[in-house]
Design a protein around this ligand. Structure first.
Ligand SMILES: NC(=O)c1ccc[n+]([C@@H]2O[C@H](COP(=O)([O-])OP(=O)(O)OC[C@H]3O[C@@H](n4cnc5c(N)ncnc54)[C@H](OP(=O)(O)O)[C@@H]3O)[C@@H](O)[C@H]2O)c1
Length: 185
């Protein structure tokens, strides 16, 4: 087993909706985007499924700045054609673990979507969760967290905010961190 530190970051409605038709179910929540950028840039390496990677490219036109991307896909063609220094395609969780273990910090943040959260959740020790207070339908959901998670003091946030209201936020949000103590000894 690899000695690596895995966290995840997700924004979801109280009903665990995270996506619809390949996109986020909400339009613009700048306060959450800022938190996402701050946390994932601090970690340095992000892990995602090919559908989430596509949705980032559709939305931003470019990959995430200053972060190494590990993209899961079973499609060999897309993997070969697009590998470079900051974007590495892998075909299994095992291969992703090996890539993370080879990074300087030996840590990564799982950024979704549903299939990828399900795949990595058993190995994740810390979860950065944004609750988006909206009633929205979707076709991608965050899976059941399972037992053993402990909510952390909000001051553990990289910049301690429980919720930061940006006037352009489409919905109200709250931020929380959960940890599994047995992963963080
Ligand atoms: N709210 C949030 O925080 C948040 C975060 C991220 C994403 N999302 C949303 O979630 C939705 C996407 O989620 P999703 O579950 O449909 O897709 P996804 O998890 O982003 O990507 C699924 C793809 O990952 C690859 N994959 C999955 N398991 C694999 C494995 N074991 N080995 C190798 N490759 C594997 C496959 O790619 P290939 O088909 O290329 O083989 C699969 O089609 C979108 O709506 C997105 O906007 C929301």
């Amino acid at each position: 087993m690899y000695d690596i530190d895995l966290s995840l970051i997700v924004a979801m409605t109280p009903e665990c909706v995270i996506g619809v038709r390949g996109k986020l179910p909400w339009g613009n929540i700048p306060s959450d985007m800022a938190r996402f950028a701050r946390i994932t840039t601090g970690v340095g390496t992000v892990v995602m499924g090919s559908k989430t990677f596509r949705s980032i490219l559709d939305r931003n036109g470019i990959p995430l700045k200053n972060r190494k991307h590990i993209v899961l896909s079973r499609n060999a063609l897309s993997r070969r054609s697009r590998d470079n220094d900051s974007i590495q395609y892998v075909s299994s969780a095992e291969e992703a673990y090996a890539k993370i273990a080879a990074t300087e910090k030996k840590q990564a943040c799982i950024i979704g979507g549903e299939e990828i959260y399900r795949l990595f959740l058993p190995e994740v020790g810390r979860a950065y969760v944004t609750t988006v207070f909206a009633t929205l339908s979707g076709d991608a959901f965050f899976p059941d967290f399972g037992a053993g998670w402990v909510k952390q003091d909000y001051r553990k946030e990289p910049r301690p905010v429980r919720a930061r209201w940006n006037p352009r936020d489409e919905y109200e949000t709250t931020f929380a961190i959960y940890e599994r103590p047995e992963f963080n000894k």
